[in-house]
Design a protein around this ligand. Structure first.
Ligand code: HEM
Length: 419
């Protein structure tokens, strides 16, 4: 082992963010390096190294513990430094038998068969929100469409009232679009306690009146020595599911449609060949890696990429960098719609791999198809389009006004999913 290579950058600064693709490419020359900022953390940028960490949950922990008693400062997954104000992610930041039991209980609601049953609702919601704007010839593609549809679907998945979608959509969108210190972020976080209370109340109502849904499965789950989940655990799991389901698919859809407007030949190819949407979805996932990075904590001394890592060390894993690694992907900085081999890590890998990946893929396809079928000639107002401000964990679009030739409504005059 040699002295660790030092890299000195601040991933929260807009300068880094603006040039991050070039910077990650430089960083990959030394795929495991030490950054002394923010208390010191390892930067993991190579595909193989990122995958190795993600696969080995017993060495590289995802746990978040506010005050641990074993001398380790468990960072959790949501960033270096951990963002203040975000509650614990009740699935992603849990390890061991409780994590396994949670995945086993939730998975049946997210497997392909279950997502197929959600398909009519995906179609109805996409049609409804586009119908709401199509006669006017303009809309904000993010806030009128790409955000509301996943929000309605997430409510349905969990078993929450569908008409409550809006405040979750607005809170999670604001929470990832703005940065610490921004008044919008403070305003968004001010809603967190009431939302957690609302999720807790929904769980309580299922204890009293069980149904055939995810919420009921959660309150009936027994873990460890046959104990039920605590109220805090239930709220944290719901928070993780709602947070995971909301702004991620929104961002992927918005970024893809932004790209396709600037690349008319790719847009036309997708219109002419519906089968192209499947590989294109994987390519958009890879290219943007909307969940750009996450964190881990080392729980036992180990070695990674030739570097000695100590118990308690923190790691920043860049899925984005892994997905642009030229040793794995040919022409990594290009969108190749029909890319044949695409083993991207946009949904992570290993024990914490995204549990909502089937839902995300299917919903993304429905959202894009609806736009390309009904308003294929949309034009983006580039000056009024804004992207997330230097968020190292998540990429996305704050707002994206578009115009298009007005068209007719095609769905019912009242939202069928609220009937
Ligand atoms: C484009 C869409 C999405 C992307 C790019 C994405 C990305 C990711 C990634 C990278 C992870 C791995 C976290 C880790 O290793 O620490 C993850 C986990 C997770 N995702 Fe997603 N996600 C998406 C959509 C969704 C949806 C739609 C849901 C819910 C319905 C969801 C719920 C979750 C949950 C609960 C976890 C934690 C799983 C665990 O720790 O066992 N995600 N996601």
């Amino acid at each position: 082992m040699t002295e660790p290579p030092i890299v000195d950058f601040d991933h929260h600064r807009s300068e880094f963010h603006r040039e991050r693709h070039e910077r990650w490419a430089e960083l990959r020359a030394c795929p495991v390096a030490f950054n002394p900022n923010y208390g010191g953390f390892w930067v993991v940028s190579g595909y193989d190294e990122v995958a190795t960490v993600a696969r080995d949950g017993s060495t590289f922990s995802s746990r978040y513990v506010a005050e641990s008693d074993d001398g380790i400062d468990y960072l959790g997954i949501t960033g270096v430094p951990r963002s203040k104000g975000m509650p614990t992610a009740g699935i992603a930041e849990v390890e061991g038998p409780v994590h396994t039991a949670l995945r086993r209980a939730i998975n049946p609601f997210l497997v392909p068969d279950a997502i197929r049953r959600l398909h009519p609702l995906m179609e109805q919601a996409a049609t409804w929100f586009l119908d709401e704007r199509i006669e006017t010839g303009s809309m904000d593609l993010v806030n009128d469409y790409a955000s509301p549809v996943p929000a309605v679907l997430t409510m349905a998945l969990v078993g929450l009232p569908l008409d409550g979608w809006q405040h979750y959509a607005e809170m999670f969108h604001a929470a990832v679009a703005h940065r610490p210190g921004d008044p919008e972020l403070r305003a968004a976080f001010a809603h967190v306690p009431a939302m957690l209370a609302e999720l807790g109340a929904a769980a309580e109502s299922r204890r009293a009146e069980p149904r055939d849904d995810l919420l009921t499965a959660l309150v009936q789950l027994r873990v460890e020595d046959d104990r039920p989940l605590t109220d805090d655990e239930v709220r944290a799991v719901l928070w993780n599911l709602v947070g995971g389901g909301l702004d991620t698919t929104t961002s992927l859809t918005s970024l893809a449609l932004h790209h396709l407007e600037a690349r008319p030949e790719q847009r036309q190819a997708l219109i002419e060949d519906p089968d192209l949407l499947a590989p294109a979805t994987e390519e958009f996932l890879r290219y943007w890696s909307v969940n750009e990075s996450l964190t881990r904590t080392v729980v036992q001394d180990t070695e990674l990429g030739g570097q000695a890592l100590g118990r308690g060390d923190h790691l920043l894993l860049s899925w984005l960098s892994a997905n642009r690694d030229a040793s794995v992907f040919d022409r990594p900085d290009e969108v190749v719609l029909d890319r044949e081999r695409n083993p991207h890590l946009a949904f992570g890998v290993g024990p914490h791999r995204c549990i909502g990946s089937t839902m995300a893929r299917e919903l993304f396809k429905v959202l894009v198809r609806e736009i390309l079928t009904r308003i294929p000639d949309y034009v983006v107002d580039q000056d009024a389009t804004t992207f997330y401000a230097a968020n190292p964990e998540l990429n996305g679009v704050v707002r994206m006004p578009i115009t298009f030739p007005p068209g007719p409504r095609t769905g019912p005059s009242a939202p069928p999913f609220l009937a």
